[in-house]
Design a protein around this ligand. Structure first.
Ligand code: 5GP
Length: 186
């Protein structure tokens, strides 16, 4: 099963994902490939596989991605091989944007996919982005805020939409969703 968490940067996807992985036995995440620079809190091979543009474009040519997209001028893509290996047998929790989610839902026919969108009010998002540990540059904050309306316009594509105003509550709700979907899945 693949559990997709979407929502704008700063919506808390990463914190929620880590907490779910702590609390659900056997739940894992999988790294995407990206051409962006690693940040201080990145662990290569775990948060992402960091590769060059040229390497990424070769992988596109070889058909190695289920989907890929450009974000903030960098490529991001979901590896067919890595996803197949993990999602067929266990629960994979993955943070993917709205375009990637649409592409994956269309492509993955024999892996169960649950899509969850985490919402956060725009004013709160701005405050969170400005206070991030890794101190994003001003122009990156503006880029991300501009993406807010676009991402919000896609929420009707999601199975579940949650307001992420309390970590513990959000995690409990998602655990209940996963339990329900595991029992009543297609
Ligand atoms: P960040 O650089 O902040 O980790 O991620 C930037 C954006 O890329 C986020 O919106 C994240 O959801 C998206 N992203 C991460 N991995 C993938 C992927 O494999 N495919 C797509 N389409 N987007 C991704």
């Amino acid at each position: 099963m693949l559990v997709i968490l979407s929502g704008v940067a700063g919506a808390g996807k990463d914190t929620v994902r880590k907490e779910l992985m702590n609390q659900i036995e056997g739940a894992t995440s999988i790294p995407s490939y990206t051409t962006r620079e690693p940040r201080a809190d990145d662990i290569p091979g775990e948060t992402y596989h960091f590769i060059t543009r040229e390497e990424f474009e070769n992988k596109i040519k070889e058909g190695e991605f289920y989907e890929y997209d450009i974000h903030h001028e960098n490529y991001y893509g979901t590896s067919k091989k890595i996803l197949d290996e993990k999602a067929r047998t266990g629960i994979v929790i993955k943070d993917i944007d709205v375009n990637g989610t649409e592409a994956l839902k269309d492509t993955l026919t024999d892996i169960k996919v649950i899509t969850i969108f985490l919402r956060v009010p725009k004013e709160e998002l701005q405050a969170r982005l400005e206070n991030r540990m890794d101190r994003l540059p001003r122009d990156e904050i503006i880029l991300r805020l501009n993406r807010f309306d676009y991402e919000e316009s896609k929420i009707s594509n999601y199975d579940y939409v949650l307001k992420n105003d309390n970590l513990e509550k959000t995690v409990e709700i998602i655990k209940a969703i996963i339990e329900y979907e595991t029992k009543h899945g297609k």
